[in-house]
Design a protein around this ligand. Structure first.
Ligand SMILES: [Zn+2]
Ligand SMILES: [Zn+2]
Length: 296
């Protein structure tokens, strides 16, 4: 039911900012035939909730493209190849120019750094999750993010494969850009994208597919008046505007603890409201048998 139909690949009216929506609507209007547009208008709300796979309207603010997002490398040597591969896969998108840089976090806590993403692995314990992506939101803008890869499970026979490592690394980093899943039924035939849940064989889903790049193009075609990313050399971004919202929170929250993730808004998404238009969204990749993901 979450299968992503290319013909219905339009953004959900209900979850998108007004300005962005107008831009996207005008852009899309030139792409769709008259007959299709009538159909789409009629089915807009119901069909589109599943047809798009953006994560709400969350995106990094940037005044120019591509987005030069830094991915902090806090992973151990046995994850480096997976991280490098995922970063280069996502960089195929014209909208992205990510770089793997020295990490600034303790992998165990994986605290966020304003204006960039920190990628971490550790034995986070028998948490039920294989990986999580957390993004801090100010308005619609992502201001920082973390990815955690749970070695407690990746060290087990089932998950200790390059294919599983690639799938989860690629998917969690995809969430950092504001992408959601293309398909959330583990039993469906694989779509050939890491933004697709799959089990037992992750082999076909280790990389993004064209649909992910198309979605990124939709999300990032418009430009913003502020940059919410910050480069480590400080020569760009600057953190003005959108960069301020999600950072500087003095709250010392243990983000490894699911009870701190806030309201569960779906099977795999949690929302923690920080007030003043700021929140933290968590997307969870449950291990088999947890989070009801396999019971459909
Ligand atoms: Zn924007
Ligand atoms: Zn996910």
């Amino acid at each position: 039911m979450f299968h992503c139909n290319r013909l219905l690949h339009f953004t959900n009216k209900a979850t998108i900012g007004t300005n962005d929506f107008q831009r996207i609507t005008m852009k899309k209007a030139s792409h769709i035939s008259l007959s299709l547009s009538v159909f789409v208008t009629a089915t807009f709300v119901t069909a589109d909730a599943y047809a798009t796979h953006s994560w709400a309207n969350y995106h990094w603010g940037r005044t120019t493209n591509p987005l030069p997002l830094e991915l902090g490398d806090n992973v151990a040597a046995n994850w480096d190849a997976n991280l490098t591969l995922a970063a280069s896969d996502w960089n195929i998108s014209d909208m992205l120019d990510t770089a793997v840089v020295a990490g600034k976090s303790n992998p165990r806590t994986c605290k966020p750094t304003s204006g960039r993403a920190e990628i971490c692995n550790a034995k986070y314990g028998n948490t039920g999750w294989l990986g999580i992506a957390q993004i801090w939101i100010s308005g619609d803008h992502i201001t920082q993010g973390v990815v955690k890869l749970n070695d407690t499970y990746f060290n087990t026979t089932k998950y200790n494969t390059n294919a599983w490592r690639n799938l989860v690394t690629c998917q969690e980093i995809g969430h950092i850009f504001g992408l959601g899943h293309q398909d959330e039924n583990f039993s469906n035939p694989p779509l050939g994208t890491c933004m697709d849940y799959t089990d037992p064989d992750p082999t076909p889903n280790q990389h993004p597919n064209q649909h992910d790049y198309d979605m990124l193009a939709e999300i990032y075609t418009h430009l913003d008046s502020v940059n919410s990313y910050i480069l480590s050399d400080g020569t760009d971004g600057g953190g003005k505007g959108g960069g301020k919202g999600g950072k500087g929170k003095p709250l010392d929250i243990d983000w490894n603890n699911p009870s701190e993730w806030g309201r569960r808004v779906s099977e795999h998404i949690y929302e923690r409201d920080l007030g003043n238009g700021n929140k933290v969204m968590t997307d969870v990749f449950w291990v088999e048998g947890r989070g009801n993901s396999h019971n459909r």
